[in-house]
Design a protein around this ligand. Sequence first.
Ligand code: HEC
Length: 132
Amino acid sequence: MFNKKIPVFVLAALAAPLMGCEKTVSYSADVAPILNDYCAQCHTPGAEGFTNSGFNVSSYETVMKGTSLGPVVDPGSAISSTLYRVIAKQSAVEIQMPPNEDATLAQGRGKVLPDDKVDTIQLWIDQGAKDN
Ligand code: HEC
């Protein structure tokens, strides 16, 4: 009897992330370091990503302000957020970020963003894109 119960707990532990029990993503501890490592070289005043789009990753406020055309984060919905779409290959190749295709304006000079970091940003937006 006891032995038969163990797999239930194991399964519950494995299923927890799929059931929306993921940890809360923190902007300052989780998201800002990713933006600093993979985006800041181009998306701060004076650099070409900022010059071409107006998008500045220096602070939570500038990230939420978005590009010169408007916000790129739709709190609660990563899939409708430009910020998520450009890093998750859900946008035109010319604006996939960081640029690592020869077709892009910045011509392949970005470091590829690993999938787990894309997932962190997705989760942060889906959790409401808070300044936490
Ligand atoms: C090598 C330089 C470079 C890096 C690194 C880079 N970008 Fe960009 N980014 C650009 C350029 C250049 C543009 C303007 C593209 C255009 O207008 O065609 C841009 C545009 C954008 C836009 C606006 C897209 C639009 O037109 O709506 C967003 C959002 C963006 N980048 C997010 C990011 C994020 C997030 C990262 C890091 C994961 C990142 N970028 C890394 C150069 C860069």
